[in-house]
Write a protein that binds this ligand. Structure first.
Ligand code: FAD
Length: 307
């Protein structure tokens, strides 16, 4: 006899774990399915987190998610790792298929997160202090520093200009030369004192903070350039993992995120989405945790009133 869950959560990043904690708190039979061997999502890649409320002393990604996993399991949520959701069927009863089993629930919370793409940085050693992937997450560490921003999107340009107000020196490496840098954009960068480095790709980051060295390689000639800096900020496009969801008829924006209303409801009844799969603007841990919590409360109301 198959168990009927009240809520199944797809993904055990901070969004899915927060949703799991609250869903179990509300007394709902809750299952969290995670494709990776370890729960935690991209937080596992964060070495030092300085922006999570309640941890002024800083915390590693591993430690923070270990606490969230513990709290979710203590609250009564079941967590299955190494279970990638490969198919969804979202009629009144939701059917969730993994490579190992099939599960059923009244409501679904999608918290499948996002990945970073477009970083063709072969041979680079992007691990260690002095390399950041998110300005908002590291702003206190970035102020009054020499910064090199790497990125080929409009967001990278915006970040470089923003940083020019708070950093001592900002350089922007437009590594794939993909922005059709109109004269206006270039002038704006210049006006704000941002030095633009075109046609180079990041090769490696060396040294200990605050004395980092970024090695760049020219796209065509293979010439190497070594730049001294304090912080390398990598701005890469964030792309939500939504292919399984789309196949199940869940609507997404052109940019890729699941379309949700203020309660996290998707276009399919009983299916909710939260965190970075629903908005790349929410792609920081505190926002994801808040979003997962809100959506769990809305899913709880749905389960208690509608089923
Ligand atoms: C190197 C790095 C450093 C960072 N540092 C910080 C920081 O200091 N502070 C900060 O606030 N933010 C930081 N971030 C951003 C933060 O990690 C993300 O905002 C956050 O993890 C997003 O949470 P999420 O739960 O929405 O998605 P994710 O963390 O991406 O988690 C989604 C989970 O869903 C799983 N999943 C996907 N598809 C399926 C499927 N089909 N079946 C089952 N499971 C599935 C994935 O395996 C993943 O575990 C950092 C990110 C990176 C990459």
């Amino acid at each position: 006899m198959k168990i009927m869950y009240d809520v199944i959560i797809v993904g055990a990043g901070p969004t899915g774990l927060a949703a799991g904690i609250y869903s179990a708190f509300f007394g709902l039979r809750t299952l969290i399915l995670e494709s990776n061997k370890k729960a935690g999502g991209r937080v596992l890649k964060a070495r030092t987190i300085v922006n999570y409320p309640g941890f002024p002393e800083k915390v590693t990604g591993h430690k923070l998610v270990a606490k969230m996993v513990h709290q979710a399991e203590e609250a009564g949520a079941e967590l299955h790792t190494s279970e990638e959701v490969v198919n969804l069927s979202c009629k009144k009863r939701k059917c969730v298929e993994t490579k190992r089993d099939v599960y059923y629930s009244n409501a679904l919370i999608l918290a499948s997160g996002a990945g970073m793409t477009g970083l063709d940085l072969q041979g680079a050693t992007w691990i260690g202090d002095g390399v950041a992937y998110c300005r908002e997450c590291n702003e206190p560490l970035i102020r009054e520093m020499d910064i090199i921003v790497i990125g080929n999107t409009e967001r990278a340009v915006d970040e470089a200009i923003y940083l020019s107000k708070i950093a001592t020196h900002v350089r922007l490496v437009n590594y794939a030369n993909l922005i059709t840098m109109g004269t206006k954009v270039k002038e704006k960068l210049k006006k704000n004192g941002v030095e633009l480095i075109e046609d180079f790709v990041g090769e490696a980051v060396k040294g200990e903070p605050p004395h980092k060295q970024l090695v760049l390689r020219h796209l065509r000639s293979s010439e190497l350039r070594k730049l001294k800096t304090n912080i390398v900020l990598v701005i890469s496009p964030v792309v939500p993992f939504v292919s399984v969801l789309r196949r199940a008829g869940i609507a997404t924006h052109r940019a890729g995120c699941v379309i949700v209303d203020e309660f996290g409801r998707t276009n399919v009844e009983g299916v909710f989405a939260a965190g970075s799969c629903a908005s790349v603007m929410k792609d920081i841990i505190p926002s994801c945790v808040g979003d997962g919590t809100t959506v769990a409360a809305c899913a709880c109301l749905y389960v208690k009133h509608k089923t």
